[in-house]
Design a protein around this ligand. Structure first.
Ligand SMILES: C[S@@+](CC[C@H](N)C(=O)[O-])C[C@H]1O[C@@H](n2cnc3c(N)ncnc32)[C@H](O)[C@@H]1O
Length: 230
């Protein structure tokens, strides 16, 4: 949700300026969508990812309702983040990874996304504009994370199991996943399959137990799953 003190005109101006400056990051359809829906986040935290990345980037979000910050808080609570992390599906702007790199004292965060547009790396931020696949080299990595990684969710889980890596994922919502799952029943089935696959894999591959968390206090609707070793 957007900071209360910012007016709709200011929001529209900020989003418009950002999209104009980074025209080549978005298709014409996406640019129109972003400009027409610039004020979506006044009343809702549940905002499409391409718009919420711009909100975060332009400092429009209320800190206590920023869903990337909320996920990072849970991640820090449950895991040591000063290790070598991989984020799958980081987005055009790697909003979550940028926050992680600011608080990591050592270790690294490597982001995979074929749609990455903002490609400014940091001391411990490594950006890979490519898909994360079952063949991606994860040697030396300790943990896989994903914030609504959509169709890469299954791959992320499989790689965590095969390489004995901790994981935390905010599961995608229907809208984020795209039109393939346009029917709510199909969406429920997809999520149930993921939960089943995750629970079974965690047990079978000795990653502890599967844990569930909700970040609804931050108006974050995405259920989070992660492993907990005993
Ligand atoms: C709903 S978006 C979420 C983006 C970002 N995590 C956020 O919440 O702002 C899903 C992202 O997953 C990416 N993606 C899908 N399949 C992928 C794969 N195999 N490897 C890496 N990224 C992938 C898409 O390009 C897209 O940017």
């Amino acid at each position: 949700m957007i900071k209360k003190e910012i007016t709709p005109i200011e929001i529209k101006q900020k989003v418009y300026n950002f999209v104009s400056k980074h025209k080549d990051w978005y298709s014409e359809y996406e640019r129109n969508f972003l400009i027409q829906n610039a004020t979506w986040g006044i009343n809702y935290s549940f905002v499409p990812d391409i718009l919420r990345q711009i909100y975060d980037e332009t400092d429009l979000l209320q800190e206590d309702k920023n869903i990337y910050t909320a996920f990072l808080g849970l991640l820090r609570q449950q895991f040591d983040i000063n290790r070598n992390l991989v984020e799958v599906g980081g987005g055009r702007i790697p909003s979550l990874a940028k926050k992680i790199q600011l608080v990591q004292t050592h270790g690294s965060i490597t982001v995979y996304d074929p749609k990455l547009c903002q490609l400014i790396e940091g001391k411990n931020l490594i950006l890979k504009k490519e898909s994360f696949t079952l063949h991606t080299d994860v040697s030396g990595k300790d943990m896989l994370i994903g914030f609504t990684p959509c169709e890469a969710t299954e791959t992320l889980l499989e790689m965590a199991f095969q390489h004995n890596l901790d994981f935390m994922i905010a599961l995608s919502d229907q809208a984020a996943y795209g039109s393939d799952l346009s029917d709510y029943d199909q969406w429920d089935i997809w999520q149930e399959n993921i939960l089943y696959t995750a629970a079974r894999g965690v047990e079978r591959y000795g990653l502890g137990t599967l844990q569930y968390a909700s970040l609804e206090d931050y108006d974050d609707p995405y259920p989070v799953i992660y492993n907990k070793r005993s």
